[in-house]
Ligand binder design. Sequence first.
Ligand SMILES: [Cu+2]
Length: 66
Amino acid sequence: MKTTLSITGMTCEHCVKHVTSALEQIPGVSSVEVRLKENSARVEHAESVSLAGLKAAVEEAGYGAA
Ligand SMILES: [Cu+2]
């Protein structure tokens, strides 16, 4: 499955790495592509991964997700 999230609060490449690693740590996530310019995160993941789980990981890292 593919999910695209809108991310808020990212200002630099460090933020991109932070969000990327937060999402990559979720079991069932196979690929993460975060784009600073678009404030987006494209996540490929198993069906067991919920949107709420993705959002929670981003929020726990200190950013917003929708
Ligand atoms: Cu930053």
